[in-house]
Design a protein around this ligand. Sequence first.
Ligand code: CU
Length: 500
Amino acid sequence: MTRFTRRDVLKFGAIAGGSLLLPLGLQKRSYAGNAGSPNVTRFSLPFRSAPVLNPVRSDATTDYYQIRVNKTRVNIIPGLSTEVFSYNGTVPGPTIKQRKDRQSVVRFVNDSIGTPTSTHLHGMASLPQYDGYAEDLIPPGYYKDYIYPNNRAATLWYHDHAIHRTARNVYQGLAATYIVQDDLELGLPLPKGAYDVSLMIQDVILSPNGSLVYDDDGQDSLMGDIITVNGVPWPRMEVANRKYRFRVLNGSLSRSYRLALSNGSKFTMIGTDAGLMGSPVEVANFRLGMAERYEFVIDFSKYPVGTKIVLQNLSLPNNEDYDNTGVVMRFDVVRQEPDDSSVPSTLRPYSVIPTSSAVRTREFRYERSNGLWVINGKVWDVNRIDANPQVGDVEIWRLYNNSGGWFHPIHVHLIDAQIIDRNGRAPFPYERGFKDVFYVGENESVRVIGKFGPHTGKYMSHCHNSVHEDHDMMNQFQVGTGGPDPVTAAPARSLPAPPL
Ligand SMILES: [Cu+2]
């Protein structure tokens, strides 16, 4: 197994990045010498959902899937060809839909991207060797079969997690939705089928010839000037005058959104990162950091056919941003349809974990130091363990960002946890559910509480601004003692692969 040192990766990054870097700044379109990405008329392109992936085969307990990680060309803007990395040829990749407690085996075949990949199924409690550990790489010409227990009903996503390459690999297209549903959820009268819609929001920069421009502003953040939903710039979604359930995921590298509806209507929030909340809550807008997922219902029956409602982004950093990043997509009410769905007042059993059940508190400070992003002053070290909870231990983690200049959405692998408070105040109403990403804003201290397990072994925690994660805001914890080694327990194997 190849291990990359930080120096190797920086060297490679400098070579690979040279042709991509353009002197862009985070400012309005009139920046010097560059016209920005090619123009796209907002709300002119039709909304689309990612394809759903069918298993190669199934048996009594397991569905087997195959995904080729390849280089391909897509049209992000009609008429312009863009080379991307993809899962099975599409950006975003295909959606996997699973039932809780059926197992998935997903084979990822790295056959043509020319760089190592690792796949993390974000939100799943996978064993360490199937969790997409950043140094557990699938080199070009190799494949790996990941086993997923599907032990949670939630909106998850799978994406690249290769050490020091995550931001580039995800930016180039390696991200997709993964949905697990259980009997409890399917028994609720929520909108289903075609009325249960996933939205992956991302932002990109394109050169005049259509190629992706990777500009992370000196390893700070990548802020795109085109907002895409499921790979389409500012799409227009035609809807019936009825209720829809939306599962929204922020798949951007560095951009946070504050979503709101242009007519001032409220979202009925029903789910957080780890699935349905205890009960729905109405909010006028909500903040969506990178990798966070929220689920909400919009009832379009309140509006006459012909109504157009824009999904807005109220979060424009420092009031200085590209044109058009304040809007995301538009819903056009185009037809009448009956609607037998409803949002029940109780969604699933949910209780707050008492702080008295915590056996210890740990503190993690997320800072910038000498041009690097660090946790408690340290960069990623595969040989260092920063926390060692035992299986079943409830711990409080205090996540602390002492900077007024940037925010960090902190992702903890393996566990689902709850936010206790933020700067001593209660979490926002829409955050009151189980989560695996915790938005730590400027000058914020966020306390989260969760139970560690069920697996033993090493798991990662990191900022989900992937630019920060790559340089080098990532650490790891060890649950219990021993456990499967994430790198050696199920290593990638060279192609050709035997039948699944
Ligand atoms: Cu960060």
